[in-house]
Design a protein around this ligand. Structure first.
Ligand SMILES: C[S@@+](CC[C@H](N)C(=O)[O-])C[C@H]1O[C@@H](n2cnc3c(N)ncnc32)[C@H](O)[C@@H]1O
Length: 370
């Protein structure tokens, strides 16, 4: 039986900070269709939970195998650029632990992974224990703790108080799931800000709203895509207008072959930046994936990583590489880095002794109900 916590942290909407986001005097009130959002969050969780760990053959035969490799390369670059040995890592929406090896390579000191999907957290546990083909017998250098919770509704700052401050927080391909309501977006940023140390870094990847809206406007229909993806907007957006006064809850359906099939939300990046600033998180970097790839491929170390592990291969004849359709999908995403404001603490390191575990059983997974 998994450990289910009864003393649920205050996670209802009432507990979420109620300040309304109002740059320039506007306001985003009246956008909290709470039960619908909970249902959507559950739909997202069920979708990811149902996706089990792939075998090596399944992965290599995936129609988006090179896109997955490209995404991994981008995440590796972010981790290598911003993580330092001994860092305490908070991996929000950690999924099946696809980034564990990256944190190991960066010599992380302690790892806390949180995800809403129970199936994914269990897969993450198996990967951490070296029980999957990807990481067979692998022993990770850092102790870990895994939590099953809705990162955008739960007061993680209260729950993880004893583990804070974290040096780095990562939220890969998942921040947009917080943008269904203002309250959820705020709770996400409040958690990150409260758990990061001053000077700590928040790295992430998410869909690029500018590209998505541009693509939508370029077509006469309400959907667009190619052989590997399809994005569908509802008829309520038939005018293809997205007023700045209503930036939350702009839902579309995203289908990506062999990866995603669930609702997602548009995140207007300039508003994400403004909202993050309210939580003392300052923008350091934002790049569309195409720009990111072109820039960091100039770095010999990252170019070498791309050659060894990446989607472009090492140029050997006959080797398949990223297709045009996969490259188009990557244009739908951006990478960002934010830094927590405030004076750097005098003593940066706190001991990680007695934190987490080096082998996790199902009983060790912590469930935070909302
Ligand atoms: C595309 S996957 C990315 C997983 C992982 N970050 C990676 O890059 O491999 C998106 C993840 O976000 C998680 N997720 C979505 N909404 C969430 C929420 N409200 N709280 C926690 N995790 C969430 C899903 O369960 C899924 O594991």
């Amino acid at each position: 039986m998994s450990k289910r916590l009864r003393d649920k942290p205050s996670s209802s909407l009432a507990s979420v900070q109620k300040r309304q986001f109002s740059p320039g005097g506007g306001g985003y009130e009246g956008q909290q269709a709470y039960s619908e959002e909970q249902e959507d969050a559950r739909r997202v969780a069920d979708h990811y939970s149902a996706r089990s760990n792939q075998t090596f053959e399944e992965r290599e035969n995936s129609p988006i195998v090179h896109l997955k490799k490209l995404n991994n390369w981008i995440k590796s670059v972010l981790v290598q650029l911003y993580a330092r040995p001994g860092d305490r890592v908070l991996d929000l929406a950690c999924g099946k632990g696809g980034d564990l090896l990256k944190w190991d390579k960066a010599k992380a000191g302690y790892y806390v992974g949180v995800d809403i999907a129970e199936g994914s957290i269990k897969d993450c546990m198996a990967r951490y224990n070296g029980d999957t083909y990807q990481q067979r017998w692998k022993k990770f250098s850092f102790p870990a703790r895994l939590i099953c919770a809705d990162c955008y509704e739960t007061r993680l700052d209260q729950y993880l108080f004893d583990d804070a401050p974290f040096d780095i927080c990562s939220c890969q391909f998942a921040m947009h799931y917080s943008w269904s309501t203002e309250a959820r977006a705020r709770q996400a940023l409040a958690n990150i800000s409260a758990l990061l140390r001053p000077g700590g870094t928040f790295i992430g990847t998410m869909p690029d709203a500018n590209v998505i809206i541009k693509r939508l406007r370029e077509t006469e229909a309400m959907e667009f895509g190619n052989s590997v993806y399809c994005i569908t907007f509802g008829e309520e957006y038939a005018e293809k207008k997205f007023p700045a006064s209503r930036p939350f809850g702009i839902k579309y359906k995203f289908h990506l072959e062999d990866a995603v099939d669930c609702p997602e939300w548009v995140v207007p990046f300039h508003l994400f930046k403004l909202l993050a600033e309210e939580y003392d998180l300052e923008l350091v970097l934002m790049k569309n994936f195409h720009e990111f790839v072109n820039e960091y491929l100039q770095n010999p170390e990252f170019a070498d990583l791309m050659g060894r592990r990446g989607p472009l291969g090492d140029g050997q004849q006959g080797q398949s590489t990223l297709s045009q359709d996969e490259w188009e999908v990557s244009y739908l995403y951006l990478a960002f880095v934010l830094r927590k404001r405030g004076p750097l603490p005098f003593q940066r390191r706190v001991s990680n002794a007695n934190r987490g575990k080096t082998f996790l059983a199902e009983e060790d997974i912590e469930f935070l109900s909302t």
